[in-house]
Write a protein that binds this ligand. Structure first.
Ligand code: ADP
Length: 294
């Protein structure tokens, strides 16, 4: 378990991280979400030891992180940093060798990860000849080639087409399933929602919410309900204790002031016709995000 506790960081007079604390658990994908300037990159750079902080600590299984621990991490920085004139395979082999693998081992690993990321056909191209999306895949290969126990990825999905998003998402899921601790930042809330097990939401340098995705959804469960019935839903607008959000013939979505109002609506709906479904709606990550960053 990688743990950040009470991290504080300022640039000059300006505090950009304040009491940042969260865990990145092994075997889970942790999504790190926040608007521009929220503090995601700064936090990741502090985890990697690339940036000094004034207070707080980062520990791995309870012990302060060492330089050797950090060298073993996989990191995909915000500023992409592959050498444009180098061939893709050669580049990834070179990076694997920096982690101590023999030439043969490094080559086997590099080929496998490039294949897995869909770059099998492009291995002998120069990095600069690849499309931006493919350069990004190569950058992800660079972070993964040495099988790190901890993976820190800054916006790994930005600039990828939907097919590439799926490939990268499944590679990260495989790594997590193998016990790796994965933290990835993203501003694509739909991708994070689909992918992550745990969520950390940051705004203005403070953590606004964190925990498992399902726990957060339950914690922020709205009193929003969906009703599908045989009667036209127009009558709902006259009901006390609720506010209709949307409706269309027999379908309606409404917010109830309390559970009693929702139950009253259900009984009234049954008196008017057959009810095909009546269910609470769980909030989307976008809704939770809006609520917690206010
Ligand atoms: P994010 O990755 O969430 O977009 P960052 O961690 O890059 O956010 O930035 C957090 C805050 O720190 C922002 O307000 C940004 O302007 C500020 N910041 C980042 N780098 C520097 C720097 N080198 N000097 C001064 N301020 C910085």
């Amino acid at each position: 378990m990688l743990t950040l506790s009470g991290i504080e960081k300022s640039y000059g007079e300006r505090r950009v991280l304040d009491d940042v604390s969260f865990d990145i658990a092994p075997g889970r994908l942790t999504g790190f979400v926040g608007g521009n300037g929220a503090g995601k990159t700064t936090t990741m750079r502090i985890i990697l030891g690339l940036l000094a902080h004034e207070r707080g600590e980062v520990t791995l299984n309870g012990a302060p992180l060492t330089a050797a621990d950090r060298r073993g991490f996989g990191y995909m920085p915000e500023e992409r940093g592959l050498y444009p004139k180098m061939r893709v395979l050669e580049h990834i082999v070179y990076l694997a060798r920096l982690h101590g693998f023999t030439k043969d081992d490094a080559t086997t690993r590099a080929r496998a990860i490039l294949d897995r990321l869909g770059l099998g056909e492009r291995m002998n191209d120069n990095v600069e000849a690849l499309s931006l999306g493919n350069q990004q895949r190569a950058q992800i290969a660079a972070a993964l080639v040495h099988d790190p126990e901890v993976l820190i990825l800054d916006e790994p999905f930005s600039g990828l087409d939907p097919l590439a998003v799926d490939v990268v998402a499944s590679v990260l899921q495989e790594r997590a399933a193998a016990g790796v601790s994965v933290l990835f930042s993203s501003h694509q809330l739909d991708v994070v929602e689909r992918l992550c097990d745990d969520l950390v939401i940051i705004a203005g340098g403070t953590i606004r919410a964190n925990g498992s995705r399902d726990e957060l959804r339950n914690r922020h469960a709205s009193r929003r309900f969906e009703l599908v019935s045989s009667a036209d839903a127009g009558w709902l607008r006259e009901q006390p204790g609720i506010e209709v959000v949307d409706f269309d013939s027999g379908w309606a979505v409404f917010d109830a002031d309390d559970d009693a109002s929702a139950q009253r609506v259900l009984r009234a709906a049954l008196e008017r016709g057959d009810v095909a479904s009546f269910s609470p709606q769980r909030p989307s990550l976008a809704q939770i995000f809006k609520e917690v960053i206010q």
